[in-house]
Ligand binder design. Structure first.
Ligand SMILES: *[C@@H]1O[C@H](CO)[C@@H](O)[C@H](O)[C@H]1NC(C)=O
Ligand SMILES: *[C@@H]1O[C@H](CO)[C@@H](O)[C@H](O)[C@H]1NC(C)=O
Ligand SMILES: *[C@@H]1O[C@H](CO)[C@@H](O)[C@H](O)[C@H]1NC(C)=O
Length: 457
């Protein structure tokens, strides 16, 4: 895998995957901009200003413009990407938030080109995805108590190694050192804790720092993945190491990301999206909704996510019934409508607490179904049979674009959308990616100020 990371080049990537990487970046920029106004980001900012200082050196700024160190920047960019749980996902890893932000900061710090960034991003995405599958996907979380995205740390180290042109031995050492800082406990799942939102930020930051340490001569175990006391041994009860090397470099497993159109749990997306389609032709007041019944399969009705009375925004976004109710109660096409006010609104809470469900399939992959509810005395039956954010769906790229514009609109930055979208589309011709990071920071600085001023009034 270290050889793969050392030898991968932009030219070795198939065009369809390069095109997808642009979509992923577009999506992640939207996610980061919406994350920088979230409470967890704003809280972390106070701590980062203490631990990293406000250096007065404008080289490194966080997304809202606060000046910091490279490490502080990597952490806060990762936090922005994870703060709203709006990042694209694949089973067992979240490269969007746990690899890309830190890698992007390192690429900007070294003045790397768009092609360099895309090549390294492909390595990081693929590394995280395969490690996620190799530990047994999301089931490993239940078996080991480790959060699946712990693979962000070694994946970021591999990506940084590719970015900076290191040889395979150096990269193996970097992966070894980085994997030693892989952690993230699953204990947020049955509490109201916010740790799930911070895990990707730590992964990216620690992975990139470890890579720089390894390069400077602090050796990591080069066989850390398969070592008896290594990564797979620690994080998996039923490892599948063969998936790591199978067609590596020719098959891009990480291409299969699920894009989130709305800031709800991935398995609530089909229903929440269908409500928005229904909204195109109907309008209603949340107070008139009653008697909501979901007819669905196992992914939607999973007991882990069947949280009827969430006590925090984070838990509400993890709750499948609450995510669906949220879409009925408010228009989540402005994603920032998913907020504390909604989570604690009596209307939304009452509908979620009283939601009904009927199982209509035993198929563990059955994502769809339908739902019924009353609007006043009218009966509504909404069919859920299409979601464009699933891999290879029609409308996939458009979804990411619309999401970027929706976030920019919510932050008062809509007129900057075309320019940002075009820059991302032409990333492969960019000589120095720091220009696009600077632009993102300038949008984040203005956007967070606009939004936070608006929510104070
Ligand atoms: C800011 O930091 C960069 C990178 O460490 C360094 O090259 C530069 O000289 C610093 N600038 C100032 C004004 O200290
Ligand atoms: C509630 O919805 C269910 C399922 O559609 C239906 O059978 C029931 O009659 C409804 N109850 C009311 C009071 O509308
Ligand atoms: C609602 O629509 C589904 C198809 O999506 C259909 O199977 C079901 O019978 C309908 N239910 C009612 C009560 O109309």
């Amino acid at each position: 895998m270290a050889e793969f990371a050392a030898n991968s080049t932009f030219e070795s990537l198939p065009p369809y995957f390069v095109a997808l990487l642009s979509v992923f970046i577009l999506d992640t920029f939207a996610v980061m901009l919406s994350g920088a106004v979230q409470p967890v980001y704003q809280s972390a900012k106070k701590a980062i200003e203490i631990s990293h200082g406000v250096s007065g050196n404008s080289t490194y700024a966080t997304l809202d413009g606060t000046q910091t160190t490279l490490s502080g920047q990597m952490y806060m960019m990762g936090l922005a990407a994870g703060a709203f749980e709006f990042d694209h996902v694949i089973e067992g890893s979240h490269p969007s938030s746990s690899v890309f932000p830190a890698l992007f900061c390192v690429a900007a710090a070294y003045g790397k080109s768009g092609k360099d960034l895309l090549s390294a991003m492909a390595v990081g995405y693929e590394f995280a995805t395969r490690l996620g599958y190799a530990v047994g996907g999301e089931d490993a979380e239940e078996e080991t108590s480790f959060h699946a995205m712990i693979n962000g740390s070694p994946a970021t180290a591999a990506a940084v190694g590719n970015l900076l042109g290191w040889d395979a031995d150096t990269i193996a050492s970097a992966i070894g050192l980085a994997a030693s800082s892989s952690s993230g406990l699953y204990a947020w799942i049955n509490t109201e804790a916010m740790t799930r939102r911070t895990h990707p930020a730590s992964q990216g930051q620690l992975g990139a720092e470890a890579a720089l340490l390894a390069r400077a001569g602090i050796a990591g175990p080069p066989d850390v993945i398969e070592n008896t006391y290594g990564y797979l041994s620690a994080f998996s009860r039923q490892p599948e190491p063969e998936v790591l090397l199978e067609n590596l470099g020719t098959e891009w497993m990480s291409a299969e990301q699920v894009l989130k159109a709305l800031p709800v749990h991935a398995r609530a997306l089909g229903f929440a999206y269908a409500i928005d389609q229904y909204r195109e032709e109907h309008s209603w007041s949340a107070a008139d909704i009653s008697n909501v019944t979901l007819y669905a399969g196992p992914p939607t009705l999973d007991s882990r996510n069947w949280i009827l009375e969430p006590m925090s925004l984070s838990t509400a976004q993890y709750s499948i019934p609450f995510g669906i109710i949220a879409s009925l109660v408010t228009d989540l096409r402005n994603p920032l409508n998913m907020n504390d006010a909604l989570v604690f609104s009596p209307t939304a809470r009452d509908l979620a607490a009283n939601i009904n469900s009927v199982s209509i399939s035993d198929d563990p992959t059955y994502f769809y179904g339908y739902m019924t509810f009353n609007i006043g005395t009218e009966f509504a039956n909404v069919t859920v049979d299409h979601y464009p954010g699933l891999p290879e769906s029609e409308g996939y790229e458009q979804l990411a674009e619309e999401k970027l514009f929706a976030v920019l609109r919510a932050l008062g930055l809509e007129e900057d959308g075309d320019d940002l979208r075009n820059k991302i589309a032409n990333l492969m011709d960019l000589d120095d990616v720091s220009t696009i990071l600077d632009e993102l920071i300038s949008l984040g600085t203005i956007g967070t100020r606009n939004y936070l001023a608006g929510s104070e009034n």
